[in-house]
Design a binder for this molecule. Structure first.
Ligand SMILES: Cc1cc2nc3c(=O)[nH]c(=O)nc-3n(C[C@H](O)[C@H](O)[C@H](O)COP(=O)(O)OP(=O)(O)OC[C@H]3O[C@@H](n4cnc5c(N)ncnc54)[C@H](O)[C@@H]3O)c2cc1C
Ligand code: SF4
Length: 330
């Protein structure tokens, strides 16, 4: 049995101080739906847990202004049901309510959702399988093994694990910002810079520095959000991660596209923005043909493996359908 110490600070300043004192074996606890899962699998073995559920300032949701503001501790179920979100940014709301189950969404926080780790089976099960993310330097069993769920974009010779979350895919489409607090104060970064591609160090999923926590997420209240959707294809219709997903948003003026947003899930090592495909739609009418062409462009540079090549054709269709659903709301 491994002893674990537990702290429940009552303020952000005290949480940061507690984290600064603690060593690398410390983990932040929010809803616990990923952390405890990984502890049971022996992937995570924290020596110290810092429970942030006492930090009420991190639970606030404010969607009334020019920015939508979500505290990192806001629960997935509360945010997905927010009235302004469902009308002004359906893609963000859908990305949340199509994730996990109602019970999990009631527990799980936005911050924890963004920081969940890959569902790669070799990572979760460990020995006897090689996994550079779990045991740096051991190799990657997925590259020559079962890789149906693995990434087409952003992989390396060291790791091709898919980033599994849904909400992050929608956030990356809408130029969200993340506010972070740590021993050196607060800083803000574009959401697209939070996750890192594996390169030669797959063990580190994000650009967070030691002792830092996510405080809030901010999304510019851009009108493009209104005609948007999060389209998610999974092996069963609920309680399953994305095989392929797309967050899409469209702005139409006089019948042509003036703004397009497109991000892909289930196919990349990080939430993946498909900027070339977005640009290909500008000044065109949104038809099944132009939408499908954007989908083909989004997957043109895919690097496929033995079992995941089917995602290229599926992905082009998911993008087409997402764009058509979004434009139907314009
Ligand atoms: C069966 C199952 C199905 C699921 N299906 C889906 C799905 O379809 N789509 C999907 O998107 N997700 C899915 N999930 C994942 C689920 O959404 C996450 O487990 C959940 O969102 C994590 O949030 P949490 O608050 O419980 O995080 P925790 O478990 O508390 O934390 C997760 C990680 O984030 C860190 N952390 C938490 N908050 C902060 C913070 N503010 N700052 C810094 N670090 C922090 C923790 O230290 C930990 O490493 C599923 C999970 C399960 C168990
Ligand atoms: S894909 Fe990444 S997480 Fe999966 S076995 Fe390879 S190194 Fe590990």
């Amino acid at each position: 049995m491994q002893p674990i110490s537990y702290a429940r600070p009552a303020s952000l300043a005290s949480a940061i101080a507690t984290l600064a004192e603690a060593g690398p074996g410390t983990r932040v606890l929010a809803g616990g739906t990923t952390l405890y899962d990984l502890m049971k699998l022996d992937v995570e073995r924290p020596e110290r847990i810092v429970d942030i559920n006492g930090l009420e300032e991190l639970a606030a949701i404010d969607t009334s202004g020019d920015e939508l503001i979500f505290g990192a501790l806001a629960r997935m179920s509360d945010v997905s049901a927010d009235a302004r979100l469902t009308s002004a940014f359906p893609a963000l709301s859908e990305a949340l309510w199509k994730a996990a189950s109602q019970q999990l969404r009631n527990m799980a926080s936005l911050g924890g959702n963004l920081l969940q780790r890959t569902r790669c089976a070799y990572f979760r099960h460990g020995e006897p399988f090689a996994c550079n993310k779990r045991t740096p330097g051991s190799g990657c069993a997925a590259i020559e093994g079962l890789n149906r769920g693995h990434a087409l974009f952003g992989g390396s010779d060291a790791c091709i694990a898919t980033y599994p979350g849904d909400f992050a895919v929608a956030l990356v489409a809408f130029d969200a910002q993340i506010d972070i607090a740590g021993p050196d104060g607060e800083r803000s970064i574009p959401f697209a810079e939070l996750h890192r591609q594996p390169g030669d160090d797959p063990s580190n999923d994000t650009t967070l520095l030691p002792g830092e926590i996510i405080v809030r997420i901010r999304v510019p209240a851009d009108p493009v959000g209104r005609a948007s959707t999060y389209h998610k294809i999974r092996d069963r219709e609920s309680f399953a991660f994305a095989v392929v997903s797309a967050a899409a948003a469209i702005r139409l003026e006089a019948g042509v596209v003036t703004d397009a947003r497109l991000a892909l899930g289930g196919v990349a090592t990080v939430p993946w923005r498909a900027r070339e495909a977005e640009q290909s739609l500008i000044s065109k009418a949104l038809t099944p043909e132009t939408a499908r062409a954007a989908g083909e462009l989004a997957f043109a540079d895919a690097v496929t493996r033995q079992h995941n090549a089917f995602k290229v054709e599926l992905g082009a269709n998911v993008v087409r359908d997402a764009l058509l659903i979004a434009s139907g709301r314009a």
